[in-house]
Ligand binder design. Structure first.
Ligand SMILES: NC(=O)c1ccc[n+]([C@@H]2O[C@H](COP(=O)([O-])OP(=O)(O)OC[C@H]3O[C@@H](n4cnc5c(N)ncnc54)[C@H](OP(=O)(O)O)[C@@H]3O)[C@@H](O)[C@H]2O)c1
Length: 308
């Protein structure tokens, strides 16, 4: 089969012929129809995380498609079922083997190009809100809100009753967030309110700027560093918000399986309660260009690649 494999050079990835997946007993094989790419995928391929980039490795977590081999242990969907899945890797390929506790069936009305946005971005958004606690009636600030996670978490938070302020680089990048009902700022310091909860994923100066607008006793959920600039904090700047609670957030620490949370996201998308923002749909041979555009903030929301 064909797959996109890591190159460990400036090309990031290349289309290659590799062997078909060999599923373990608890894995099903999915014929991939569409996949989504994330900022973190670029960071991994560019070696930003400090881990070695292994040439030939097939990246890819967020896939939608159809089951072509059911799991040998009898778990998971039957052959022919349309599904969305959060793969442990290998998803940028014609076929991928995925553990059945990370696969959820799709209703007919949800296209693969929408479903593919739900795994990493959606699971992160859903679990971020759980970590933040009860948000109804709370003032919530979301930084880096024009991205894949940002669009989903803003919509979910508003649906849960939060009063959301979203930070985006421009009005255009924040337009869908405004349509959802968020106040959109292009500069945190323009905020006239204090926030009960901050969801921060930009890093650099943004973290400290968000803290300056935190209400005393507020909560910060720290889940990324899109700018790649480390956070700088001055203890003496924080007295206004003190005492506050800081959660360091990894999406993979959860009491639920990916399949359970994907089922919830699929239900919300199918019911029209969330509307994933797909800023780019392209053929999967254009994945390297799309990744670069995503990282340079030229794509709003998620980017989805399709296979013929
Ligand atoms: N902790 C976890 O488990 C977890 C899971 C998934 C993702 N993440 C992290 O969460 C963040 C959001 O992920 P994502 O997939 O939604 O990414 P994304 O689609 O690329 O969105 C990131 C957003 O950050 C904003 N941003 C602000 N300043 C930036 C800067 N200096 N450089 C680059 N971007 C900047 C951009 O919006 P504007 O251009 O409008 O400012 C961009 O839309 C990333 O940092 C990602 O690594 C963490």
């Amino acid at each position: 089969m064909k797959a996109l494999t890591a190159t460990a050079d400036d090309r990031l990835i290349t289309l290659a012929e590799i062997t078909d997946p060999a599923p373990a007993a608890g894995e099903a094989v999915i014929e991939v129809e569409a996949f989504s790419v994330n900022r973190g995928d670029y960071f991994a391929l560019a070696g930003v995380y400090g881990t070695e980039v292994v040439p030939g490795h097939v990246p890819g977590q967020d896939v939608a498609g159809r089951i072509i081999t059911a799991a040998a242990d009898g778990t998971g969907p039957a052959v022919g079922t349309r599904v969305v899945a959060h793969a442990a890797g290998g998803g940028w390929a014609e076929q991928v083997a995925v553990a059945t506790d990370a696969i959820t069936a799709l209703p007919q009305q949800l296209p693969a190009t929408i479903a593919a946005t739900l795994p990493l971005a959606g699971l992160t958004a859903l679990r971020l809100l759980r970590r933040a606690g009860a948000v109804a009636g709370k003032r919530l600030l979301v930084t880096g809100a024009s991205g894949g996670v940002g669009h989903l978490v803003v919509e979910l938070a508003i649906a849960a009753g939060a009063i959301v302020t979203a930070v985006a680089a421009t009005r255009e990048r924040g337009q869908r967030l405004a349509d959802y009902g968020a106040e959109v700022l292009t500069d945190i310091d323009a905020a006239t309110d204090r926030f009960d909860i901050v969801l921060e994923s930009v890093g650099g100066d943004t973290f400290a700027a968000a803290l300056r607008h935190l209400a005393p006793g507020g909560t910060v959920v720290w889940f990324g560093q899109a700018s790649r600039q480390p956070v700088q904090l001055d203890f003496f700047d924080l007295f206004g918000a003190t005492p506050f609670t800081l959660h360091h957030f990894p999406h993979w620490v959860a009491d639920t399986t990916d399949a359970e949370d994907l089922a919830e996201l699929v239900r919300l998308a199918a019911a029209g309660i969330i509307h994933p923002e797909v800023g780019r749909i392209a053929d999967w041979t254009e994945t390297a260009t799309v990744l670069t555009d995503l990282v340079h903030r030229r794509i709003r929301g998620n980017a989805v690649l399709t296979l013929a």
